[in-house]
Design a binder for this molecule. Structure first.
Ligand code: DUR
Ligand code: ZN
Length: 133
């Protein structure tokens, strides 16, 4: 699974976004080290704090099926067609980092520019489980 293919899956997942409040559609797609693919969209709630981002939807689907060996995650939004990146929010950065600081984060547009970061790049000096030991 290359970065362009993973972004295409994120762009497709975005179509399922449930966004009556923000109207901002986001999709995410991840692949595990063993090649399993999970997608997610953002799901909003009238009690706004109940909203779940696309990235966390995909991660929670993967982990809840026993696949936490995430290799990379791609993110697409309504801004993708404008060739603009949508970077994960702080909560999602922390959740991505929970499963490995070397996880790659793929941002951009499948028909445009594609950028690759590690979650360590996006969340430097992070608080981790080892701080609790
Ligand atoms: O990386 C992001 C940024 C925002 N959102 C969602 C949350 C909310 O539904 C909407 C506006 O913030 O976009 C995501 O899903 N992922
Ligand atoms: Zn988020």
């Amino acid at each position: 699974m290359d970065n362009k293919q993973l972004l295409e899956l994120a762009e497709k997942a975005r179509e399922n976004a449930y966004v009556p409040y923000s109207k901002f559609h986001v999709g995410a797609a991840l692949v595990t080290k063993s090649g399993k693919v999970y997608t997610g969209c953002n799901i909003e709630c009238a009690s706004y704090g109940g909203t779940n981002c696309a990235e966390r939807t995909a991660i929670f689907k993967a982990v809840s099926e026993g696949h936490k060996d995430i290799e990379k995650i791609a993110i697409a939004s309504d801004n993708s067609e404008k060739n603009e990146i949508t970077a994960p929010c702080g909560i999602c950065r922390q959740v991505i980092g929970e499963f490995g600081l070397d996880i790659k984060v793929i941002l951009g547009y499948s028909k445009g520019d594609i950028k690759e970061f590690t979650i360590k790049d996006l969340l430097p000096h992070s608080f981790t489980g080892s701080d609790l030991k």
